[in-house]
Design a protein around this ligand. Structure first.
Ligand code: GLN
Length: 500
């Protein structure tokens, strides 16, 4: 077993005891990237020079006996929707080709302060719109479990980089499931923190009331440790919550759910969910029962309308957020030959710069917000959003956390759903309610579906600012399943050329 197969906290232990340097660790990951990323295509940009410089600086500090943060010297893959000063940030769009942001996102500032080494930027659906990473203007990412299949989306690059051992940690963003659904279909762990728990400053906006950055990793503890690095109040984001960060690392280490009530959401199973997904989900429930949790069934009837409401709210907000891409301020400019007016240049640039899904959503959102239709569409969707929150509130009266499968199916084939937006949208049926209510959600692997041998994700949802509860349950479930399996799920993934 090579050092790249370790969990991030195990890598950190080796850095601390002096048996490994950050430069060696970083180089080992670039070697793996060189071997497998042509096939996986998790990365859009690699900053090898910057990362090795950062790694060498950490090694020097450690050699001088400076006390360092827990993940100092450990590499990470960053979703290309967060700004990193001087590093190309495309959001998977042609529109932003060549744009180098002049500032760091707060998440990036915190990663750097913690000494985490940023390897590069990961592929994603254009402006985070999608469930398969096929909407990237730079070509799809391939699922390391089966290169013909999707790695989920929009954060498919981040999830695939973990599953392909190209990085031990990654950052994703989740507007309707883009951290959790990719985690589910790649056999990795992904967490959407409570809305406002992590700063959105420097996160290129898709749907501001739903977007949230969060940790991606291969273990629950690694995700928790990364969560504590990036979370916490930021005066630069007015929606950031000014309260102590929930103690998620402590919770992930508890490994105890005795007496906890786990609510199974009736509406998030059954019709439309693959047999093997439901079987593995039930295995997860059995493991929690064996660990001393009590399972209760809860009903959240308005979840049936959450997806429809999301596809009005998210496009509405995106139609306003993406208006900033006007050919004047960022990225590409088409047709500016001195003979055309600003409006024509703007039209040509948007025609050229945005892909079909982004255009579809801008048009949908503009329509939903237009006078005469506003109340019927956007207004109704907001009312549904309130009802979803009420369903959650009522359910959390009966249970400490809620659970469901993270996604209705395992990874589908690349190309299978690209011509059917509605089928694509259904991939987020189980993850979207969490964003609508602004609460926390985690996906962790709960086994492989019998029919196709592909990973299944188990979703845990916790009340706002009680993110520690999902980590407590997730950590316990992970430990129980690990002792049953004998080895982490990713050890069952087929070997990629050059790995292990
Ligand atoms: N797949 C969903 C969408 O396309 C969610 C995307 C996300 O969470 N960024 O809107």
């Amino acid at each position: 077993m090579s050092v790249i197969n370790l969990a991030a906290h195990e890598m950190a232990a080796k850095l601390n005891d002096g048996s490994l340097t950050s430069v060696e660790l970083t180089n080992a990951h670039y070697d793996q990237i060189a071997q497998v990323d042509e096939a996986v295509h998790a990365f859009l940009y690699l900053d090898k020079e910057g990362a090795l410089e950062q790694a060498a600086a950490i090694d020097a500090k450690r050699a001088q006996g400076e006390s360092l943060a827990p993940f100092a010297g450990v590499p990470l893959a960053l979703k290309d929707v967060l700004t990193q000063k001087g590093i190309p940030t495309t959001c998977g769009s042609k529109m932003l080709e060549g744009w180098r942001p002049p500032y760091d996102a707060t998440v990036v500032t915190r990663l750097k302060e913690a000494g985490i080494v940023i390897l590069g930027k990961t592929n994603m659906d254009e402006f985070a719109m999608g469930s398969s990473t096929e909407n990237s203007a730079y070509g799809p990412t391939h699922n390391p479990w089966d290169l013909d299949r999707i790695p989920g989306g929009s954060g498919g690059g981040s999830a695939a980089s973990l599953a392909a051992f190209e990085a031990p940690l990654a950052i994703g963003t989740d507007t309707g499931g883009s951290i959790r659904q990719p985690a589910a279909v790649t056999g990795t762990v992904g967490v959407k923190p409570t809305y406002g728990g992590v700063s959105r400053y420097g996160l290129v906006a898709f749907s501001s009331s739903l977007d949230q950055a969060g940790p991606c990793a291969r273990t629950v503890l690694d995700a928790a440790m990364l969560h504590e690095v990036i979370a916490g109040h930021d005066p630069k984001d007015s929606t950031s919550i000014n309260a102590p960060v929930p103690q998620v690392v402590k919770a992930a280490k508890k490994l105890d759910v005795k007496g906890m009530k786990i609510g199974v959401v009736k509406e998030l199973q059954g019709d439309g969910f693959q047999r093997g997904v439901l079987d593995r989900f039930h295995d997860g429930l059995d493991a929690l029962i064996a660990a001393g949790a009590e399972i209760v069934e809860v009903s959240c009837p308005t979840f049936d309308y959450a997806l429809a409401a999301y596809y009005l709210i998210a496009p509405s907000e995106c139609s306003s957020n993406l208006a900033r891409f006007d050919s004047m301020r960022y990225g590409i400019r088409i047709g500016d030959d001195g003979n055309r007016g600003a409006e024509e240049v703007m039209n040509l640039t948007r025609h050229e710069g945005f892909g079909p899904e982004v255009k579809r959503r801008i048009i949908l959102g503009t329509y939903a917000l237009s006078s005469g239709y506003y109340d019927a569409y956007y207004g109704s969707a907001q009312k549904v959003r309130t009802l979803v929150m009420r369903d959650f509130n009522a359910a959390f009266e009966k249970a400490d956390v809620l659970v469901s499968p993270s996604a209705p199916t395992t990874a589908f084939k690349i190309g299978e759903q690209v011509d059917d937006p509605l089928a694509m949208y259904l991939n987020d049926i189980a993850t979207i309610p969490v964003n609508m209510a602004g609460i926390g959600g985690m996906s962790l692997p709960c086994g492989l579906a019998t029919e196709d041998g592909l990973p299944v994700g188990f979703q845990i949802m916790s009340p706002a600012m009680k993110d520690d509860l999902m980590y407590q349950v997730g950590g316990t479930l992970e430990a129980a399943l690990l002792s049953k399996w004998g080895a982490p799920i990713l050890s069952q993934a087929p070997e990629l050329a050059g790995s292990k």
